[in-house]
Design a protein around this ligand. Structure first.
Ligand code: BES
Ligand code: MN
Ligand code: ZN
Length: 508
């Protein structure tokens, strides 16, 4: 689908969409249409319940007096209450309505209306962004789709007075959508297609955007002493990989060139759990819904998509993205419950449950990133525990942190982009639950506070004084319901959140 911006001249054909304020007050474009339609829109507003309420839509088909095939009125609500996300919702809801309607083109008018806090060019860019995010589909494996099952919409034009700033704002948003889509694709691909080496190969493609990508195999990880990560991988025919991506956007003069003067400058690090399939290992999972575990690489998927977003918009920040990529399988070579592994940090871990594998992978990935890159801040993402879904459902990711300021920044970034995170407590009492009689720690506590004890485990691999946050995205990486801007399937949750965190706090 093509998205363009144009000056507000109404097209003579195709669909056209315009706003209505709370109480039924027509926007300038809607009023213009209404005049051409001899007051039909005013009459439509009188006869129905739609009065311009925010989030609602009214469609008028085959309007008389104009050449357009239909008019869509979208509710703007009260001007003062309109926020950035509302403009995304306008774009996405119009596209949702028209996508399979048979309509090929739509023009959406974003008028400059007094009292709206979001400037019209910004609103127009966000509307286009919402449309773009809504338009995503993963139908690569659908070979028998009939034409009428495919979207008809080919072109969106956002009409706005001030074109240049709208285009500029959208140019910064489009790479973020590309990042979200990359994550959605990777998460949606099945585990026979996406396994550690193929996932690393997908990330390697980011080299084109100026990301430097390094991939460590099992032998190199063995040398580094990554016994926790390798223990998880040892039951699989697929070799484990450690994916190391770097975007050095500070003082950058060209792709991949780092001209930063201050050598002591520290990057921000994002670390992802990349279990390309989680059977549970010898502590095997029940058969029902096990297919869902193809998205257990969701954390890694977000880190890869985020790197694409940051590189795509040439973020002025130094960022490291690290992903531990493994497949958790039961086999004759798989690790056993009771095995004791030595992590890269030197700490030993008694593996009580081979299904609590994500934390083992992250333990070594977290240690590696600190040893190699000395980051000023670390955020990890993982589909780590089923327990976080019990706690928060599919509305918020669990946030666990040793740093109040970082937690506040993440919470604010999440609110701004509509990707909510909710902080859960940590503390010594929870930490005790993972003490082991046989080793320095065990990889599970009891069932109580399962997401928190998992976070406590990770914290044991964070060096003192480093601000760190862990996002448990088990409930968010995949959606079984369509939501505005997020079609069902892989969501890409986390890409926008962390892109915003970087934009607001780590860019010069
Ligand atoms: N990948 C799962 C967590 C998960 C479960 C994500 C369901 C999404 C939906 C993780 O590796 C896991 O198996 N966790 C166990 C931990 C337990 C053994 C302590 C869990 O949550 O049951
Ligand atoms: Mn597991
Ligand atoms: Zn897992």
């Amino acid at each position: 689908m093509k998205i363009a911006f144009a000056a507000p001249t109404l097209p003579k054909t195709g669909a056209v969409a315009a706003g209505v304020l709370d109480g039924g007050k027509l926007s300038p474009t809607a009023a213009q249409l209404d005049r051409a339609m001899s007051g039909a829109l005013t009459r439509a507003l009188k006869s129905g319940r739609f009065k311009g309420q925010k989030g609602q839509i009214q469609e008028v088909l085959a309007p008389a007096g104009i050449g357009n095939s239909r008019v869509i009125l979208f509710g703007l609500g009260k001007p003062k209450e309109l926020k950035d996300l509302d403009f995304e919702a306008i774009g996405s809801s119009v596209i949702d309505r028209l996508s399979k309607s048979g309509e090929r083109e739509v023009a959406i008018a974003i008028d400059d209306i007094a009292g709206i806090a979001v400037a019209a060019p910004q609103g127009a860019a966000l509307c286009a962004f919402g449309a773009r995010l809504q338009d995503y589909r993963f139908d690569r494996y659908k070979t028998k789709q009939k034409p009428e099952e495919k979207p008809s919409l080919e072109r969106i034009t956002v009409l706005v007075d001030d074109l240049a700033p709208a285009r500029r704002a959208f140019a910064a948003l489009e790479p973020v959508a590309d990042g979200v889509f990359l994550t959605r694709d990777l998460v949606s691909e099945p585990a026979n297609i996406i396994y550690p080496k193929s996932l690393a190969a997908e990330a390697k493609k980011l080299t084109k955007l100026g990301v430097s990508v390094q991939i460590l195999g099992a032998a190199e990880m063995r040398k580094l002493g990554m016994g926790a990560l390798l223990g998880v991988a040892q039951g699989s025919a697929h070799e484990a990989q450690l994916l190391v991506m770097r975007w050095n956007g500070i003082g950058k003069t060209g792709p991949g060139k780092r001209t930063i003067k201050d050598k002591s400058a520290r990057p921000v690090a994002f670390v992802g759990k990349g279990v390309t399939f989680d059977t549970g290992g010898i502590s095997i999972k029940p058969a029902a819904n096990m297919e869902d575990m193809k998205w257990d690489m969701g954390g890694a998927g977000v880190v890869i998509g985020l790197m694409r977003a940051l590189a795509g918009r040439k973020a002025k920040a130094d960022v490291v993205g690290i992903c531990g990529l493994v497949e958790n399988m039961p086999s004759g070579t798989a690790q056993r419950p009771g095995d004791i592994v030595t992590s890269m940090s030197g700490q030993t871990i008694e593996v009580i449950n081979t299904d609590a594998e994500g934390r083992l992978v992250l333990a070594d990935a977290l240690w590696y990133v600190q040893e190699k890159f000395n980051p000023h801040t670390i955020v990890d993402l993982a589909t780590l525990t089923g327990a976080v879904i019990i706690a928060l459902g599919h509305e918020y990711a669990g946030l666990f942190s040793n740093d109040d300021k970082l937690s506040e920044k993440l919470t604010a970034a999440g609110t701004a982009v509509g990707e909510g995170v909710w902080r859960l407590p940590m503390g010594e009492a929870y930490d005790k639950a993972i003490n082991s009689d046989a080793a320095d720690m065990k990889n599970v506590g009891n069932r109580a506070g399962g997401s928190i004890t998992a976070a406590q485990f990770l914290l044991r691999f964070i060096k003192k004084g480093t601000p760190w946050a862990h996002l448990d995205i088990a409930g968010m990486a995949w959606s079984s319901k369509d939501k505005p801007t997020v079609p069902k399937g892989g969501t890409g949750f986390g890409v926008r959140l962390l892109d915003r965190l970087v934009a607001d706090h780590f860019e010069g």
